[in-house]
Design a protein around this ligand. Structure first.
Ligand SMILES: [Zn+2]
Length: 64
């Protein structure tokens, strides 16, 4: 069974955003470290944990 969560990315820029300020995200389901450095993300992007298949969807929040 697939599970989902959301990763909130705060940025002053409009998406798409290059993740050059984050190296790893810990999977909320199995806690494995997922390498996300330099991934390009927008509000439709997601990553899938290779270990447990948990799906993490990005949500880009613009800050001033
Ligand atoms: Zn996982």
């Amino acid at each position: 069974m697939k599970t989902y969560s959301t990763i909130e990315i705060k940025s002053v820029l409009d998406p798409p955003i290059k993740l050059n300020f984050i190296e790893y995200i810990n999977c909320p389901s199995c806690d494995i470290e997922i390498d996300v450095k330099n991934n390009i993300v927008n509000n439709n992007s997601f990553i899938t944990c290779e270990n447990c298949e948990h799906i993490m969807r990005y949500r880009v929040v613009k800050i001033q």
